[in-house]
Design a protein around this ligand. Structure first.
Ligand code: LMR
Length: 336
């Protein structure tokens, strides 16, 4: 065999330095990862951590391109884009899975179903969560992990203390039918808007209020256009790290294993950051003086619980009776 001068010198270098005989020009596997929030949120930072770990551990055989802030796709479009293969991975709010068909994911939106962080993680990281992630395969989606974005709070331009305060408010929601029913049970008028449109929607009065985690209120400056925030902690905002199943299954085994490890470690990181940022964002918003932060009394929370309790039965058809019962049992939450 006659080698070109260039190839000859490459083989010689490999032999002398003990390098693997993979040509240095081998193209890395590119993974486009899209999400809708800012880089400096727990999700944004978790995505960056995943990129770092994945690239380091695969020694450059994989390149992760992170697209934050709905740069490529907005809510809903992004799941379709991933199913079609335009992006390979997403970190997506589970309250947006309904339109794909995965309605059971809205179980996390049932008001007060996960009373604290541990109860959420018991469900998400336990057998129920595993089964839910597996159930995505029929939609061409590989479910890799749940992330805990923290508790949702309510905000508006009027104080939200009593149930009556929600009456008639146009509240921006994710596409979840459970959240839609929740807002109606509170006497509000739900309106689905993509995340990228929320700030402007609040500013121009398209909607009066919204529910979200504190870090999104802070980083995306919703507090500038919302005078009152009520720490209702009525549900957890859950994320799922998901991939195009065909793409994921087609990865070389060793690469897939390394990426799964990177997902695991970035999950731990993002969950911890989520918990820290929740507290931090409250402090920063308080210090800004732009919004009041109100902690409802037990009696006020009980009023919200009572108003929303019929949802547990109303949503049996959508979420599955057994599914709701299993989550209630594992989480130790639910409403009276
Ligand atoms: C929202 O749409 O409000 C959230 O799901 C955004 C996010 O991903 O945290």
């Amino acid at each position: 065999m006659k080698l070109s001068t260039q190839m000859y010198s490459y083989v010689l270098t490999c032999a002398l330095t003990g390098l693997a005989t993979v040509p240095a020009t081998a193209e890395p596997i590119v993974i486009k990862l899209s999400h809708v929030v800012a880089v400096n949120t727990p999700k944004g930072q978790g995505a960056e951590r995943f990129k770092k770990l994945a690239e380091e551990r695969t020694q450059g055989r994989v390149k992760i391109e992170v697209y934050p802030n709905s740069q490529l796709f907005k809510d809903k479009e992004d799941i379709e884009a991933m199913q079609l293969g335009s992006v390979q991975m997403l970190i997506e709010t589970t309250s947006k899975f309904g339109p794909v068909g995965a309605k059971e994911f809205e179980v996390f939106d049932l008001p007060f179903i996960t009373p604290d962080r541990d109860s959420f993680l018991r469900v998400a990281d336990g057998p129920i969560g595993k089964k839910m992630l597996q159930s995505l395969e029929k939609y061409g989606i590989k479910g890799l992990a749940f992330w805990d974005a923290g508790f949702r709070v309510m905000s508006a331009n009027r104080p939200l203390h009593r149930l009556a305060d929600y009456k008639g408010l146009k509240m921006r929601i994710n596409s979840s039918r459970v959240i839609d029913a929740q807002m109606r049970a509170l006497g509000a008028i739900p309106q689905t808007l993509a995340f990228s449109e929320v700030y402007q929607g609040l500013q121009t009065g398209v909607v009066d209020g919204q529910e979200n985690v504190m870090s999104n209120l802070w980083v995306n400056k919703f507090f500038e256009v919302q005078k009152h925030i009520s720490i209702t902690h009525h549900s957890h905002l859950a994320y799922a790290v998901i991939a195009n199943k065909k793409f994921w299954d087609g990865l070389p085994d060793d690469i897939r294993t390394l990426l799964e490890g990177a997902v695991r470690d970035s999950t731990t990181y993002a969950n911890q950051l989520g918990a820290e940022e929740e507290i931090d964002s409250i402090e920063k918003i308080k210090a800004s003086g732009r919004s009041t932060i109100y902690v409802p009394s037990k009696a006020e929370i009980d009023e919200l619980k009572k108003a929303t309790s019929p949802l547990y039965q109303m949503m049996e058809g959508r979420l599955g009776r057994d599914n709701i019962a299993a989550v209630v049992k594992a989480a130790g939450g639910g409403v009276p």
